[in-house]
Design a protein around this ligand. Structure first.
Ligand code: BEZ
Length: 220
């Protein structure tokens, strides 16, 4: 199974470095990110989990809870955290790493990478990211292969976009960053624009003559 955009993400119970976890209860009414890595004690994963810790204040500021996951045991995760801290010059590790040795959660969420196997030939998790909204619905997912580390500044950028567009009738254009100009979504009728966007809307003229490129300063 895999999780579809807009659907309520599957619930699960698991052990983690912070004790037993029931995913939906752990999320509560918060935004959350569940992200997987192929294996503990591997180089790229060590940089990724360190970077997430270094950015943890940014996630906290945005009200986003973090949970990592791999097919290794809780005991393995706990030992590896010491390496993550040392390699990345960190002093604390503030988010749980979920243990999924039987691949139950990985299978439920469609995180397994058929090209990446453990010593016994069993598939490992790819570098998946699931961003879940306060309604427990999937807002965004990405899937990277084991050989390509993720860019967590990009994950923060997409959270800013997801949180903005959850309440305002805008979409964020290519390379948008917090504070940048936004696009009015196509479903907004031209006669609604003035009431919805007090900062003003610019309609960009294009050869087709169609009115669809409408920019506005980022709404408050
Ligand atoms: C890594 O984290 O470095 C890694 C893990 C599995 C395959 C390739 C790289």
């Amino acid at each position: 199974m895999s999780v579809k955009l807009g659907e309520i993400v599957p619930n699960f119970s698991a052990d983690s470095t912070e004790g037993p976890m029931e995913f939906h209860a752990w999320l509560g009414g918060s935004w959350g990110i569940l992200f997987s890595h192929p294996a503990d004690y591997t180089p790229v994963c060590t940089t990724e989990l360190g970077r997430v810790q270094a950015l943890s204040h940014e996630f906290r500021k945005r009200g986003v809870k973090l949970a990592a996951l791999s097919c290794d045991s809780t005991e393995s995760h706990r030992g590896w955290i010491n390496d993550i801290l040392a390699y990345n010059n960190l002093t604390e590790f503030s988010y749980p790493i979920i243990a999924d040795p039987d691949r139950d959660i990985a299978t439920l969420y469609g995180m397994l990478d058929p090209d990446e196997k453990d010593a016994a030939g069993i598939p490992l998790t790819a570098r998946a990211v699931f961003i879940v909204g306060p309604d427990k619905r999937l807002k965004l997912s990405i899937l990277y292969p084991a050989t390509t580390g993720r860019n967590f500044d990009e994950i923060i950028r997409v959270i800013d976009s997801l949180q903005l567009t959850a309440t305002k009738k805008v979409a964020t254009p290519v390379d948008w960053k917090q504070g940048g100009s936004c696009m009015v979504v196509p479903s907004v009728k031209q006669e609604e624009v003035a009431g919805l966007f007090p900062k003003g809307v610019k309609v960009h003229q294009v050869p087709s003559g169609k009115v669809y490129l409408r920019t506005t300063p980022q709404p408050e």
